[in-house]
Design a protein around this ligand. Structure first.
Ligand SMILES: [Fe+2]
Length: 472
């Protein structure tokens, strides 16, 4: 069909068969179900009650134009509730106006974020004409009575914790008026949620806070010292500071206008690290050689005034920057002297991502970090790596599965790691519980999920279920 004069033609379908992030363990799941009494191998501790939630890219319809994982895709939230030794699974799309409009049409209308294509009023009506697809598909966070499907650099969508229905965008009382990182941090000592966001226009970076009761206690406040728009994915939080890695991945709008790349890697600029005092004092900027950070594990203040931050460090942002040198994510500890010195030490020299700690230790010293690593062998799958920072040991569980991000589950009879993994040979998925005290021993319980859960991004453990979780 030919587009009317002046209306750009709808982009062609993405070639699914050739797109590694749209098939196999990544293939989108379109069926929404709610199943109780899941089959369990091993035993779920009877006293363990709680809910695991996980978000991830999952295009509602086969994409058109382009598909850049992990930035593109609609959001699907997966939920596993554990109580009295049994498990229940539920999954739902986050229904943005774009998903609703595409469901009415029966096909994709919006294109990938790197295309520059937006639908016309003739196609989607005046309200949605010229809009980009909303992407609340990165993380899921509960705070201040809200359950939020988080995007990056944009406002989240609020979900009903009972049936996971989409309630609409929620700027968190103004704290997220100009958007938010998908990785806000909640201070366990105060219950405060602290967040930042980047923007394409000055001041490029802002930060804000939300009280435990959901009220914004700091409106978006500029972080001075950035001269150009950078992509910054995650943050760390200590009792005193927000820690931001300002790596030199620059949004180049001028290049896009002439058909170039939206993101430009400029290692000659080096990486800068911002220590943003939570008391509102002046920002301290530290400088180092160029490296890239997707995710931090945790950070804390030393009595000396130094800041310790553990994170996964890459030489460059693979997939988003064209650089043809070896690149592997390593677990690194940086000691940051607010006076200017940066001291980086490799903790674990293997390729890995998705570092997680016990969320109760955020802002204070942590002991355990779990990550998803690359297994060994000629055709490796993922492995789970468990780093004990007190003993300096690294343990792994490598059953040949595609692993999701691990999440820490506190439990009176022994803390656990939880992870969704998918068998690449038969594409069955399961939620595994692994003892923190013996992670190399494999799961104490493997809960068979009733359908494949696509490889996804971030999740959260909530220590309550059902209506308890609904009250938040
Ligand atoms: Fe992330």
């Amino acid at each position: 069909m030919t587009a009317p004069a002046g209306v750009p033609p709808r982009p062609a379908p993405v070639d699914l068969a050739r797109h590694v992030h749209l098939r196999g363990v990544f293939e989108p799941q379109r069926t929404e179900i709610d199943v109780a009494g899941l089959a369990v191998a091993g035993e779920i501790p009877r006293g363990l009650r709680g809910t695991y939630l996980r978000n991830g890219p999952n295009p509602r319809f086969d994409p058109i134009g382009s598909y850049l994982y992990p930035l593109d895709g609609d959001a699907m939230v997966h939920r596993i509730e554990l109580a009295d030794g049994s498990a229940r699974y539920t999954n739902r799309f986050v229904r943005t106006p774009m998903v609703v409009a595409e469901e009415a049409a029966g096909h994709a209308i919006w294109s990938g974020i790197t295309d520059g294509y937006t639908p016309s009023a003739a196609e989607v009506g005046a309200d949605l004409a010229g809009t980009m697809r909303h992407l609340p598909d990165i993380n899921i966070v509960r705070h201040g009575g809200r359950l939020l499907a988080m995007a990056e650099g944009d406002q989240p969508y609020r979900l009903d914790p009972g049936d996971l229905a989409t309630l609409g965008r929620d700027p968190c009382d103004g704290a997220m008026a100009v958007g938010s990182t998908a990785h806000p941090k909640i201070d366990p000592a105060t219950g405060e949620m602290v967040l930042f966001t980047y923007a394409l226009e000055a001041p490029f970076l802002t930060w804000s806070t939300v009280a435990p009761d959901g009220r914004a206690t700091r409106e978006p406040t500029p972080i001075d010292g950035l001269a150009e728009p950078l992509m910054i994915h995650d943050m760390a939080l200590t009792s005193r500071y927000i820690v931001l890695f300002a790596c030199p991945l620059v949004f180049d709008i001028a290049a896009v206008m002439t058909g170039g790349s939206l993101l430009d890697w400029r290692p000659e600029s080096g990486t800068r690290i911002a220590l943003v005092p939570r008391d509102g004092g002046p920002v301290r900027w530290l400088s180092d050689e160029a490296f890239w950070v997707w995710h931090v594990a945790n950070a804390y203040d030393e009595p000396s005034g130094e800041v310790v931050v553990d994170y996964v460090e890459w030489r460059y942002p693979g997939g988003l920057a064209a650089v043809s040198t070896p690149n592997a994510g390593r677990l690194v500890r940086a000691r940051l002297d607010p006076a200017g010195r940066v001291d980086r030490t490799v903790v674990a020299d293997r390729s890995m991502e998705f570092p997680r700690v016990d969320d109760r230790s955020l802002t204070t010293e942590h002991r355990h970090v779990a990550t998803v690593g690359l297994g060994r062998g000629p055709d490796p799958t993922d492995t789970l790596l468990f780093h004990d920072l007190h003993t300096g040991t690294e343990t792994e569980w490598d059953p040949g599965l595609s692993m999701g991000e691990p999440v820490y589950i506190p439990h009176d009879d022994g803390d656990l790691w939880g992870v969704i993994a998918t068998d690449p040979t038969d594409l069955t998925s399961a939620f595994h519980l692994v003892a923190v005290a013996d992670p190399g021993g494999g799961p104490i319980a493997s809960i068979a999920l009733p359908q494949r859960v696509p490889a996804g991004l971030h999740g959260a453990w909530l220590p309550d279920v059902g209506m308890d979780a609904a009250r938040g």
